[in-house]
Write a protein of this length. Sequence first.
Length: 579
Amino acid sequence: MAKQLIDILIESGKLTKEGLNKAELHAKQNEVSLNEALVALDIVKEEELIQAMSKQLSVPYASKQNGILIPEKDQNLAKYVPEKYARENVVLPLFVEDGTLAVALNDPSNVFLLDNLRMMSGLEIQPFIASKSQLFQALDAFYSKKDLLAEVISEAKEETEVSDGESLDELSAPGAKIDLDREFSGAGAHYVKMVNAILRQALTERVSDIHLELFDERVSLRFRIDGSLYERTSPAKEDVGAIISRIKILSKLDIAEKRLPQDGSFAVKFQNRTVEFRVSVCPTVFGEKLVIRILDKGSSELNIDKLGFEPRQKKDFLEAAALPHGLIFLTGPTGSGKTTTLNAVLTSIKSTEFNFMTLEDPVEYKLSGISQVQVKPQIGLTFAAGLRSFLRQDPDVILVGEVRDSETAEACLKAALTGHLVFSTLHTNEAIGAVPRLIDMGIEPFLLASSLALVAAQRLVRVLCPYCKVPYVPGPSTIDQVLRESGLPSKDRPTWTFFKASGCPKCSGTGYMGRKAIYEVFKINENMRNTIYQTKDLIELKKAAQSTGAWNLRASGWRKAVTGITTVEEVLSVTLANE
């Protein structure tokens, strides 16, 4: 059967002999299936693999694109396949017709699952095959309850009150991985249910940060979705202390300490995957403020083709990443996606022929085949100290999470000058601003000029919801501004389509669904090297960079707006005219 699937992929032109050999080696080294290796190495797209399996198994293919992966309304399908069972087994009910229940699943050859569904529903089963990524999204859309949090908070008000943190430590061992679907009972259980409801709703709404804050007369619960904060139903003022205590226990923090800031982390099980949460508790004048960063790797994809690079920018970045040695810097503010971009680049160039090592704070993505080290300044493992140790580990490619001081900058430079390719990040407003920043850190201009291979900057813009975006014709002044700042030819103007955000249930009323990066990428040429050597004046450096013909952030943003990916307002809000 496996051979038949490979033959289908090769005959359709989706797989080459070289790609097959590479995937077989990866599968053997990492003890995964050949199918998993093909997708992990991006040799075959997940949807292409599922379509080939559909032909191999003679099972219909279901996806959002062909309109089949959308459950029928008003058939009460949840009674045939309960939510807990559906999520645990990654199976979605689609419709009932003539005594047959149609379901979408990732592995139609699983006869035990099909038999269980037959007994559970009392109906015959018609399987459809679908990709896991699309199934998870469809399960969220079908089973999600937007008012879950409001329901739990309403129930909590009716239950018996307990003292701050009472019996919470009995409900979960400190630092244990919790299951959001698990039911609790007994004293303090409604606080556990409340915390679980907050976390579940946050994961359902694609939230990156949860903010819980106590003010004089009110409580504020806000979710950061695609970079913006939105208010949600808040718990009662008297419940906030117990909620924070519950989070502290999960994060292995001191529940008695309320005078000092504390940081911790914990993990939960959600939809057959593990989601990590970074917790920060800070004392304020009205009580403790809680901020939780959600690191949901199941919702992010390290695919360089899906980040937002324009074709020329991607080509320049990958050409620099293929060099045997040199410095590559990616700049931008905190939360602009720099780590995701660099990890996606590493994933795309990863090879068993080279030794890849990363030094990060914290390690956000666990990458197969790459040695990753967590910085621990409290025991002396700083970026600079770790980098010095790396050079004795025979590395070929090194990723340093961030250059924060002159010691780390010098260590990166020495690594690049001794034959290593070094990736790192800086906090500057624009790509070319990395040059004067590094010179100010004490790097000699002639050494920087000879070792720097590429500088880039990025920002994140919100992507319009495809279900509710509204087309419109912008005014002449907007069109003139786009033409002036983008460098796009005016002859393409008739093909431009501008859209506005609207808002619908699928995007939680925000009008946006996800974010994409916009970039400026400057590959260092001879003219730029001479300019870096002669001056650190930002204006002169910008002129040299612009002479390469590369686009700045604003120009890249306009290319996203004229293709209907984002809005004019988004581009203007994250970029400056002179960038």
